[in-house]
Design a protein around this ligand. Structure first.
Ligand SMILES: *Cc1c(COP(=O)(O)O)cnc(C)c1O
Length: 399
């Protein structure tokens, strides 16, 4: 008799009642557009910007329609133009190369290491060889690389760091929040991230000019003064005619969905990590699987877990994953040549042009398994999931 897990890996928790009530008020009021305010009134979007800037510990914040749009605006606002070379770690989600491509930037992909971090030696080589002055760093699946070494390299070579914190909202490295290293940082509030408004994004920075450019680029028209966490009017006067309107604003409904979630984030991070530790311990018991040790300096958010199916022959990994799937445990494999669902490997982004060979990344991804950790799972669910994966891994073990 084999057990089957029957909860959905895509099921999020309900939106807090306080948010639902506020959304209904916004809907009844009819003023859904963020600049549709009465005299002296701050919109939900502006309030969210103020609250998120404070939570993140950044001076400025811009709410956007999606995380991908925040990335694109961050690139533009920091000076990426058609033809500009942008370094990017190759293990990331498709909106990242998509955002670089949309600005006309030319991505130079960087290898990752066995623990899914940017390979810092390859970063140095590619930075020097390409002469790139921009690095879009995705903290993919929440794994934060050695930020001290990255910052030192960026300083040495005059590289602007843009952080993609879609999986690290609330995470820290040596006590500093992820998102407070780069000149500009981006977050996503898409359903599967750490705050859920269906779609949405946030951009943060401490630099006034960059903030003003980002507000204008988000599509503020000349209503930039209605934003919640912005630099002085004078800064806007200097840049307001130099930036395209990318029409990527967040509306008041989404902002109202998000505001009551923000005070719950720290507690949710604790709940994610509790679940993560149970899965991690459970998977460590399987000799066929390798869970990479998280770094001592990294305070991560365990909203997903990765492991290497290192004791299973490459050609049998898809069968192992389907066997887990048949028992209700949804694992994604980053080694697949064909993109599927949300998961795609860098070599499927054909629009980037000439293929950039990254043998080390391919090798790491060949055994990389990935699983979501929704908060709707209980701790008992996590033990059960780990035991199903262990049993299936034993079935597919190399002999
Ligand atoms: C989700 C995600 C994004 C973009 O977010 P959207 O809000 O879906 O546009 C960017 N980078 C990574 C790594 C992501 O997972």
């Amino acid at each position: 008799m084999t057990s089957r897990f029957d909860k959905l890996f895509t099921q999020q928790e309900p939106i807090p009642e306080a948010a639902i009530e506020r959304v209904v008020e916004v809907l009844r009021g009819g003023r859904l557009h963020r600049y549709n305010t009465a005299a002296g009134e701050a919109s939900e979007a502006a309030l969210l910007e103020r609250e998120y800037a404070e939570w993140q510990g950044s001076k400025y914040c811009v709410a956007t329609a999606s995380g991908g749009q925040a990335l694109q605006i961050a690139l533009r606002a920091s000076g990426v133009e058609p033809g500009t070379t942008v370094l990017a770690n190759a293990y990331t989600l498709a909106p990242v190369p998509g955002a670089i491509h949309a600005t006309g930037g030319v991505p130079v992909l960087v290898e990752i290491d066995d623990a899914w971090h940017t390979d810092l030696d390859d970063l140095r080589t590619k930075a020097i060889d390409s002469g790139a002055k921009f690095f879009m760093l995705s903290h993919m699946r929440g794994h934060i690389a050695d930020m001290e070494r990255i910052m030192a390299l960026c300083d040495e070579l005059g590289i602007t760091l843009i952080e993609d914190c879609a999986h690290t909202m609330g995470a820290r490295w040596k006590g500093t929040r992820s998102g407070n290293f780069g000149r500009v940082s981006c977050f996503s509030t898409q359903t599967y991230k750490h705050l859920n408004s269906g779609e949405g994004g946030l951009l943060t920075t401490d630099e006034p000019e960059l903030a003003a450019r980002a507000v204008i680029a988000s599509g503020s028209y000349m209503f930039y003064g209605l934003h919640g966490a912005i630099p002085s009017e004078e800064t806007f006067r200097e840049v307001r005619l130099d930036n395209p309107n990318c029409s990527a604003r967040m509306d008041n409904v989404r902002a109202a969905i998000l505001r009551p979630q923000l005070p719950l984030l720290d507690e949710n991070i604790r709940r994610w990590n509790q679940r993560y530790r149970i899965l991690e311990d459970g998977l460590r018991e399987a000799p066929q699987l390798r869970v990479v040790e998280r770094r001592q300096h990294e305070a991560f958010v365990g909203s997903s877990i990765q492991f290497h199916a290192s004791g299973i022959a490459r050609e049998r990994i898809p069968a192992f994953i389907s066997a887990c799937g048949e028992r209700g445990v949804e694992i994604k494999w980053f080694g697949a040549a064909e993109p599927s669902g949300f998961t795609s490997r860098y070599d499927s982004w054909r629009y980037l042009g000439e293929h950039q060979p990254l043998p080390q990344t391919l090798q790491v991804l060949a055994t990389t398994c990935d699983m979501r950790v929704p908060l709707t799972f209980t701790e008992a669910d996590c033990s059960e999931i780990a035991s199903i994966i262990r049993e299936e891994a034993a079935q597919f073990a190399n002999t």
